[in-house]
Design a protein around this ligand. Sequence first.
Ligand code: AHR
Length: 494
Amino acid sequence: MKQQAILNVDIEQGIINKNIYGHFTEHLGRCIYEGIWVGEDSPIPNTKGIRNDVIEALKKLNIPVLRWPGGCFADEYHWKDGVGPREKRKRMVNTHWGGVIENNHFGTHEFMLLCEILECEPYICGNVGSGTVQEMAEWVEYMTFDGESPMANWRKENGQEKPWKLPYFGVGNENWGCGGNMRPEYYSDLYRNYQTYVRNYNGNKIYKIAGGASGDDYNWTEVLMRESAHHMDGLSLHHYTIPGEWNEKGAATGFPEHEWFVTMKKALFMETLIRNHGTIMDKYDPKKRVGMIIDEWGTWLDPEPGTNPGFLYQQNSIRDAVVAALHFHIFHEHCDRVQMANIAQTVNVLQAMILTEGANMVMTPTYHIFEMYKVHQGAQKIASVINSNNYEFKGESLPQISLTASKNEDGTVHVGICNIDHNNEAELKMDIRGLAVENAKIEGRILTATTIDAHNSFEESHKVSPKEFTEFCIGEKGLDVILPPMSVVVLSII
Ligand code: AHR
């Protein structure tokens, strides 16, 4: 049966913050070291230590904002260990992630350089779990103070004369867990205390982000909003899509059919979470001044066999790509509250954009979704409703089609559509109001595959990559589209 959607180009529903397309890089496994940082003496071509192939690929995503240094790592990171001559930097054990030696060669200066090269904004997460108020205050002073001060002078000695712009700062990470196992009441007080000394120097205005809840811990949001909302600009939320259980998450490839369905169901749970946490936030902040910052999201699967389990290295398939697109649709839908999201993580960890092996690099299906969907960054969300058929599997059902639409400054309309059904194609009739499609120039791109775990490997690096999409025609009221099973399409209409 044909399914129907109505889009109205004239009904504008708010700007999709470009930061929804943000990223997260942690000192975890091979994300920073090997994945991004190879050092200036590496045979792998690099720019001041940062690998060129990764830079080139990431630049095409228009990454707006990059979160660093963790994650759990942030609450045991002491920034002073990571500045000054590299050969003199302290070596420490990364106790959270694999117990490996961290030589601190990638520190504040290197991270700021990475942001400069990628032309994105830095989002730094400070240490509340094992750091002091003074340490956090001095980090902000080191990065942003212009003029004479102990930290600013030290920065200059270390080669950075001018302060950096630091727009986003997180006060701790997962402080209910790896960031200190705190109760919300206690963290809320600590948040108020620490954030007081996160100062705005010389016109650098910091958007302060409080550490938020995990999944459906609604009490955390309730307490934080009740006690501290007036001291924060954003409150974070973390939710990972895990097909199985915590100790057996499910394989990244070679998984059974039902794990495709379950993964889609769990990804769609993000919508419930945003709605429920958003309702609590509305109670204390009806004008939606405080942004919901989903600074960790994505699939979390079993590590690849034979790899260090503490490195969280997983393959990435068409399933991950569909999960990414669904998340974007949900974030767009809530663009009045969701002001940033950072997928975990950029390279070699969890739902990565890029996988590396020595000098080789491959772009994952998730990378391609970020590239296809970048057209929505900063665009005006337009109204759309869809009457979807059910995607049924063993007595359970989910809506088969998900759709999002936006209009950019030059009036181009972009429509993202997912068919999450792994077996059946979908016919969709789109009634597009406020735009004469018969006179429009329409182009489409599609990411799809014929097996549920299709992925890119170092041997076959373009197996899942975007192709031109032509399965559409002008219909009675707009556009008729045919979507193959497990596909993501982006249409551009001008
Ligand atoms: O992204 C991996 C880890 O997941 C992060 O370090 C932590 O914040 C979360 O539990």
